[in-house]
Structure formats: structure tokens, C-alpha cells
Design a protein around this ligand. Sequence first.
Ligand code: S3P
Length: 177
Amino acid sequence: MAPLHPHLVLVGMMGAGKTTAGRRVARQLGWRHVDADKRIERTTGRAIPEIFAADGEAGFRAIERDVLASLLGVPGRTVVSTGGGAVLSPANRALMRQRGTVVWLRARPETLLARVGAGKDRPLLADDPAASVRRIATERQSAYANAAHVIVDVDGLTADQVADAVLAAVKARERAS
Ligand code: S3P
């Protein structure tokens, strides 16, 4: 029988470790891994900062929505590492929840800041990364909570520990369904 929630979707702020965890979890499960931002860059032939500069955030979000829908529409089993703002759209949140198990990699601002550094390649952090990370994390708190089936707190965890926690959450959910 086809699995009820075929995909695994990682959500969370910039710097939460979605790409690294996604790659590791997919390897362990033997599933495909796709990073949504990389897919956006590949399909448009443009880097994320270029898209923001030319089309604005709204233009980027429209592309992000289409890419997410196509990634989650396929029948196989995929681990999708989303961009940090993918949860802003209620339609994206509904689709993620319907098509997969959604795991929020939750982190304190200090953890995020240590990873994003000067915010290079992340247009939303270009001006003042420290202030922006705190503001955006607060603004999005409820969107992440609404999207997620499962929360993994990543502060102080190694990449392997994050991957293990995600795997445990997915297995528990599959057992329950
Ligand atoms: C964004 C996060 C980025 C990228 C874009 C916007 C956001 O992805 O999609 O710069 O709105 O949080 P990462 O979360 O992979 O950095």
C-alpha cells in the first residue's frame, strides 16, 4: 500500500541545518534528497539573491511555491529541505502537511546566528543579520508551529544527532499511521 505521508519535509529558520540534516536523513532512509533552494536556482538559472533583486520577495515566493508543489507532487519518497520562508504561505503549509511528515528544526537565535554568519547569499539578512534573525524568528514562530507535525530542538546537537532525532520522529509517525 502507498504510504500515507510519502515525503519528509524539513522546515525552520535560515541556519537551522535543514540542508545538512536532509542529506543525512535521506542517505539513511535510502530516499531521494532535494534542497528546494538549490532546485529553484537550477530551474531558473539564477542565484537566490539575483531573484530577490530582480523580482522582489514576492517573485521569489511565487517560484518557491511552484517548486515545492512539484517536489511534493511526485509519488516517490523524498526528503525536502525547504527554504526558511516556505512556511509563510498557508497553501504551502497545507500541502506539506498533506504530502509528508513535517519536521521543524527549531533553534535559538544564537544558534542560527553562529551558522549564518554575515548573512551572505541570504537577502533577508543582508542589512543586520543579528537583528533580522531575531525579528524573523519571532514573526514566523506560529507559521512553523502550524506547519510542523514534529519539533526537533537542534541547539547543541551535532549534525548526526539532528539526523537521528529526525529519523526517530519519522519512524514514530509511520508506526502510528
Ligand atoms: C529564506 C531562506 C533561504 C532562502 C531565501 C529566503 C527565508 O533559505 O529560501 O533566502 O525567507 O527564510 P535557507 O533557509 O535555506 O537559508
